[in-house]
Design a binder for this molecule. Structure first.
Ligand SMILES: Nc1ncnc2c1ncn2[C@@H]1O[C@H](COP(=O)(O)OP(=O)(O)OP(=O)(O)O)[C@@H](O)[C@H]1O
Ligand SMILES: [Mg+2]
Length: 285
């Protein structure tokens, strides 16, 4: 087998009726339906994505994969509620997304997403506390719980500027998980790390997922990272992003890298991403 038997155009009816842990999954947790996203400035409209649709089920590790500029971050911002679709809609638990909320938390690529005047514990506890759900003490306990999960208990009283890039990303992940969001949104969270640390972080993220079973929407432009991190991958065309294909990738893990099958899958995805170059780009108002 070439490792590509899982290629499928879209999640089919069978998949929608599958069961996880014995529970029937009748509806997706997150539905992105025919979403077109645009940036508007006087005299100029940039279409970032066109007519994109996908469904994310509970405990999916769903990856948006595409070339730089294809609209991955914009899609994530729309799911986060920071941008409204020009066309189409985004549903979370069947309800349209109309703005940001604590049920969707984003981890970004940048290392400077942590306020430097707060300790690691305060950084993780603060959003939980201000979202109004917990006392200071409860929030600190929740922070300690997730800091332990990302292996940073010893650094709870440290300040971010004393941490490495990888450690800062672990704090950002702990902070996001501490909110116990319905969907964890990650925008190239490991892209600024060196190759060894990036691989270690991918491994840790998968271990964390095994333990916590959060639902993940993960953006990357690395085919290898998509195959390793995701159980399902949406392939987006170059700018403006359109759905090229959706594939199942649960068969790959960190030990798959370098095998001929993994290489073949990578090559096939590369072909799917870049064949039939799009001519449509920016449109003028
Ligand atoms: N604030 C903005 N105003 C106008 N155009 C924007 C803005 N942000 C992004 N764009 C444009 O929208 C398109 C999609 O951008 P986006 O950042 O979503 O791409 P991406 O897939 O995340 O790329 P990368 O992999 O480089 O992060 C690009 O053409 C980009 O130039
Ligand atoms: Mg981006």
């Amino acid at each position: 087998m070439d490792g590509l038997s899982a290629f499928a155009p879209q999640a089919g009816a069978d998949e929608k009726n599958e069961t996880v842990g014995g529970a029937a999954l009748s509806a997706p947790l997150l539905s992105v339906e025919n979403v077109t996203l645009e940036y508007r400035a006087p005299g100029r409209v940039v279409r970032a994505t066109q007519n994109v649709s996908f469904d994310v089920w509970e405990a999916d590790r769903f990856v948006l994969l595409g070339a730089s500029g294809c609209g991955k971050s914009t899609l994530l911002k729309a799911v986060g509620g920071f941008i409204a679709p020009r066309e189409g809609q985004i549903l979370l638990d069947g309800h349209p997304v109309h703005g940001p909320g604590p049920d969707r938390v984003v981890v970004f690529q940048e290392f400077d997403q942590l306020p430097p005047w707060k300790t690691v514990r305060e950084n993780v506890a603060f959003p939980v506390r201000v979202s109004g759900r917990m006392s200071r003490k409860q929030a600190a306990e929740r922070a300690d719980y997730y800091l332990e999960k990302v292996g940073l208990s010893r650094f709870a009283d440290a300040y971010p500027n004393t941490l490495s890039g990888g450690m800062k990303q672990r704090v950002a992940i702990a902070r996001a998980l501490a909110m116990e969001p319905r969907v964890l949104l990650m925008d190239e969270p490991f892209a600024a790390l060196d190759a060894l640390t990036r691989r270690k972080m991918q491994e840790e993220l998968l271990h964390l997922w095994e333990e916590v079973r959060f639902t993940l929407l993960f953006v990357t432009h690395s085919i290898e990272e998509a195959l390793v991190v995701g159980n399902r991958i949406a392939l987006l065309s170059p700018h403006p992003g359109r759905m090229r294909a959706e594939i199942n990738s649960h068969e790959w893990d960190l030990n798959s890298g370098g095998s001929p099958e993994f290489q073949a899958a990578t090559n096939r995805i590369h072909g799917l991403l870049f064949e039939q170059p799009e001519t449509a780009g920016d449109i003028r108002a």
